[in-house]
Design a protein around this ligand. Structure first.
Ligand SMILES: *Cc1c(COP(=O)(O)O)cnc(C)c1O
Length: 360
């Protein structure tokens, strides 16, 4: 007799759920999790190794619980006159989001998002016992703000997630729309800006709204533009009172001394790490044109990925491309697929595989 998950005293609200699961497959062209395709340079890797070696000599001590130097560095990077008391950091923005839900969500409360969007928002909400309210986006993948305001009035969510640029559609949000949501929402409004550095010229960041909105949280990450997904560093900017609230729920010493050192060293090399962002944006724009030129529908993208379609059987196209050693993501609305922007060589492989898979 085999013992399974169902035999455990698992919480009822977790039964039958699936874990987050982007496939981690060993293929030459990996374009499925919106990573930055450029690894750190040898020079940066050496600087990181030296900084970690230095930190190793003090590993008998707990790290700075409040990661003050890192938060100072992140505040300086963000600009907008932000200071360390308005910034908070954790192991990936996913942990930042979890802390937000631990502090502001929980049993008897709800969180709301506008889907399709980042699949972790509902998963982290449910994990913290927060009910999830899903509101559909419009046909153009934009947040239908009138529908949003009606849903907010009905459900009174404690946390509202806006993702801009949105994953998996790439769609950015107007500041005016963000402000309407802020005015209507009774609780905290989180603008997940994981892809902010990739947005097109003229697309705003919600950072500029912070000074007028104490219940606004802007979350960012070093996983994408900073090419540091493996280091697990995410952060947010908000009113200092929000940062105080998060300190009530964070685990003591949650951000290891090694992580803090790595993140600080990476910040010192921000110019180098962010240098590839301009190339990736240009590669994204040419990918969008190429896809449209070949008759595909393509969502407007302010991110380092593109959602395209529409396919009668997207699973077949996905598998055919994987058989050609190109891994993309089967996500988003039915009939659509998402591809991350890689190097020019990777994108050439993507284009060849897609044409072959679709017979175009
Ligand atoms: C990739 C991504 C993140 C990043 O998560 P980390 O935990 O910082 O790696 C956050 N939000 C969205 C919408 C993402 O797509």
């Amino acid at each position: 007799m085999s013992f399974t998950l169902n035999d455990l005293p698992l919480r009822d609200d977790l039964r039958g759920r699936s874990p987050y699961g982007a496939p981690q497959l060993d293929v030459p062209v990996v374009l499925n999790t919106n990573e930055n395709p450029h690894p750190p340079s040898a020079r940066l890797a050496k600087a990181l190794a030296e900084a970690v070696a230095d930190t190793a000599l003090g590993l008998n001590r707990y790290p700075d619980r409040d990661a003050v130097r890192l938060r100072e560095g992140l505040a300086a990077y963000l600009g907008h006159g932000l200071t360390a008391d308005q910034v908070w950091a954790a192991n990936g923005s996913n942990e930042v989001l979890q802390q937000i839900l631990q502090a502001f969500g929980g049993p008897g409360r709800s969180a709301m998002g506008f889907e399709p969007s980042y699949s972790m928002h509902p998963i982290i909400s449910r994990g913290t016992g927060t009910a999830w309210v899903s509101v559909p986006r419009g046909a153009d993948f934009r947040v239908d703000v009138d529908a949003a305001l009606a849903a907010i009035a009905e459900h009174q969510p404690s946390v509202v997630f806006l993702t801009s640029p949105n994953n998996p559609t790439g769609t950015a949000l107007d500041l005016a729309d963000t402000e309407r949501v802020l005015a209507a929402a009774p609780g905290v409004v989180v603008v997940d800006e994981a892809y902010a550095e990739f947005r097109r010229e003229g697309t705003p960041s919600a950072l500029s709204l912070l000074s007028d909105h104490p219940r606004l949280v802007v979350s960012r990450t070093m996983s994408k533009a900073f090419a540091l997904a493996g280091a697990r560093v995410g952060y947010l900017a908000a009113h200092p009172a929000v940062v105080e609230a998060l300190q009530l729920v964070r685990l003591p010493y949650h951000l290891s001394a090694v992580t803090q050192t790595v993140a600080l060293t990476a910040l010192d090399h921000a110019d180098e790490l962010l240098a590839a962002v301009a190339d990736l944006r240009a590669e994204r724009d040419s990918l969008v044109s190429w896809l449209r030129g070949h008759g595909f529908s393509v969502a407007e993208s302010d991110a380092n990925f593109v959602l395209f379609g529409e396919f009668e059987d997207r699973s077949r196209v996905w598998q055919d491309m994987l058989d050609q050693q190109v891994l993309i993501r089967e996500t988003g609305p039915p009939g659509w697929l998402r591809v991350s922007v890689g190097t020019p060589q990777e994108m050439a492989a993507f284009r060849r595989a897609l044409l072959s898979a679709t017979g175009r």
